[in-house]
Design a protein around this ligand. Structure first.
Ligand code: E4P
Length: 218
């Protein structure tokens, strides 16, 4: 399972990249706004830190402008994945970019039908938003399971299921149990995966007992 971080905070990205466990980054216009940074130089800086796919989203919604924005974004680096919305125009842009060898991440997916269209348009990644569905009392994880099942029937679909809008470590664990290809998670949730109270108490006991021996490894 690949781990992407869902943030535009360069310090958080650097921190997670230093673990060696980070496979990519996703951003969106809301995260860029929150960062307070200039979009294009920020994406370039992220691409210099992370060698895996870095999703940069178009800002417009009509075909012509999205196509022009995509040209700017894909020139930033070879590992930019241009992010487009799951609309007719967005998937038209997706098909053209994919045919041309550019990675595309199709965002704002809320149904298996939409995921089929994205795969047919050659998307590298489909981003179903689990948390936002859960917020509406619909099961986000059930959607992941449906998409994985559908994609499994068609070996010609190369699209990776990128589980997005993650709110808790359980989303990551359940998605992994289903065999989802990628998760993109806020840094906080990735860090929660490290935690267990028995790890903390066990480590405290080992540190205490080691001190009693009066020894040193170094
Ligand atoms: C995915 O690429 C999106 O940026 C993200 O996961 C959305 O998450 P949210 O629902 O927490 O805003």
């Amino acid at each position: 399972m690949k781990f992407f971080v869902d943030t535009a905070d360069i310090n958080e990205i650097k921190d997670l990249a230093s673990t060696g466990l980070l496979d990519g980054v996703t951003t969106n216009p809301s995260l860029i706004a929150k960062s307070g940074r200039e979009f294009l130089p920020l994406i370039k800086e992220i691409c210099d830190v992370v060698s895996g796919p870095v999703s940069a989203e178009v800002a417009s919604t009509d075909y012509e402008t999205m196509r022009k924005e995509a040209e700017v974004l894909r020139k930033i680096a070879d590992h930019v994945a241009v992010k487009v919305p799951l609309t007719q125009d967005g998937l038209r842009v997706c098909k053209e970019l994919s045919d041309d060898g550019t990675m595309v991440n199709v965002t704002l997916c809320f149904s298996a039908g939409q995921a089929i269209l994205a795969a047919k348009a050659g998307a590298s990644f489909i981003s179903p938003f689990v948390g936002r569905l859960d917020d509406l009392c619909q099961s986000g994880l059930e959607l992941i399971s449906d998409i994985l099942r559908v994609y499994d029937n068609y070996p010609e679909f190369d699209t990776e299921v990128l589980v997005a809008s993650i709110r808790s470590p359980m989303h990551i664990i359940e998605a992994a149990k289903m065999g989802a290809d990628v998760i993109t998670s806020p840094p906080k949730v990735i860090k929660q995966l490290y935690n267990h109270p028995l790890t903390d108490s066990g480590l405290a006991a080992f540190v205490d007992d080691w001190a009693k021996t009066g020894q040193s490894i170094l």
